[in-house]
Design a protein around this ligand. Structure first.
Ligand code: CP
Length: 337
């Protein structure tokens, strides 16, 4: 079989869908409505998708596997131990071989460079299912969740991030700026996000009317916010820093007192898994103002929209000029960490 010559479209960063972000969110909402009415079309019929996960996952793996099944495709899951990758075969050779068998590769990696390497040698689309730089599929689900609660409009809203300047925040900064959503981030001074991603997000924000600001005081960030968002203090791969991080993030907890500073209509996001009693209290996560469970469900609809964008793009609606926040410019990809 001759090598394929097509240039695949990858989803490694929110930047890769900058010009499609509005219709991607709209499409995820449409797929959600269709699933509820059991009217999904089998757009991935006859397609096989490989899932390579170097790290554990509950939501991302399950939402991709169920989403692929819902759309009529087949998913093949690998942990590196089950592949020659775990015995020293290169990422590039793995990509070259899998490209001859499957139609897309979903990859969760420790290092962003590994994701870039896989995509660099793959002739089929590669989807970043989390690395140390970004978690872009999570942010499509988050923007869908916010859009549902705010009736489709991000303008004039303010989201407060409370916690680590991590991969999730990197993708969130880019996504929020592209949809015109103001984002205020409360992080300890030494756990701010990467400056080159802040710079790209600020450039997107300049074009789409969104502010990105930073503070080391969670109370300032939460005051009058429309929503609060947090994540674990110790991400996968940071376990050696657990004691240091738990000390640095003390005070960066979403609890009833912090939530009381936000608007009465404000709600709380958490990408999960949660470390209850650390970054969030039980009463907030389980309370009526928690959007975390809708957010987790929305991973399913977001993954399907992403898969269709890459593998069945005709299924997506055309860009709507009515979407004032639809992206207009693709910023330069930031330099690698
Ligand atoms: N939020 C998230 O990515 O969850 P998993 O690690 O369970 O996939």
């Amino acid at each position: 079989m001759a090598p394929r010559t097509v240039t695949a479209r990858h989803f490694l960063s929110i930047q890769d869908v900058a010009s499609d972000l509005g219709r991607l969110i709209d499409h995820a909402a449409r797929l959600k409505a269709q699933r509820r009415r059991a009217r999904l079309r089998p757009s991935l019929s006859g397609r096989n998708i490989a899932l390579i996960f170097e790290k554990p996952s509950t939501r991302t793996r399950t939402s991709f596997e169920v989403g692929i099944h819902d759309l009529g495709g087949d998913a093949i899951y690998y942990s590196p131990k089950e592949m020659q990758l775990g015995r020293g075969e290169t990422i590039g050779d793995t990509a070259r071989v899998l490209s001859r068998y499957v139609d897309a590769i979903v990859y969760r990696a420790f290092r962003h460079d590994s994701v870039l390497e896989l995509a660099g040698s793959s002739t089929v689309p590669v989807i970043n299912a989390l690395d140390d730089r970004e978690h872009p599929t999570q942010i499509i689900a988050d923007l869908l969740t916010l859009s549902e609660r705010w009736k489709g409009s991000f303008k004039g809203r303010r989201l407060a991030w409370i916690g680590d300047g991590n991969n999730v925040l990197h993708s969130l900064m880019l996504g929020a700026a592209l949809v015109g959503l103001d984002l205020v981030c409360a992080t300890p001074e030494s756990y701010r996000p990467l400056p080159e991603i802040v710079a790209v997000a600020r450039e997107y924000g300049r074009l789409h009317g969104a502010e990105l600001t930073f503070t080391d005081d969670p109370a300032i960030a939460a005051t009058d916010a429309d929503a609060l968002y947090t994540d674990v203090w110790v991400s996968m791969g940071d376990e050696a820093e657990t004691a240091k991080r738990e000390k640095a993030f003390r005070g960066f907890q979403i609890n009833a007192e912090l939530l009381a500073r936000a608007k009465p209509s404000a709600f709380v996001l958490h990408d999960l898994p949660a470390h209850r009693g650390q970054e969030i209290t039980d009463d907030v996560l389980d309370g009526s103002r928690s959007a975390a469970w809708d957010e987790a469900e929305n991973r399913l609809h977001a993954e399907k929209a992403i898969l269709e964008l890459l593998l069945a793009p005709d299924r997506l609606p055309r860009s709507s000029p009515a979407r004032a926040w639809a992206p207009k410019l693709r910023a330069r990809r930031p330099a690698r960490r």
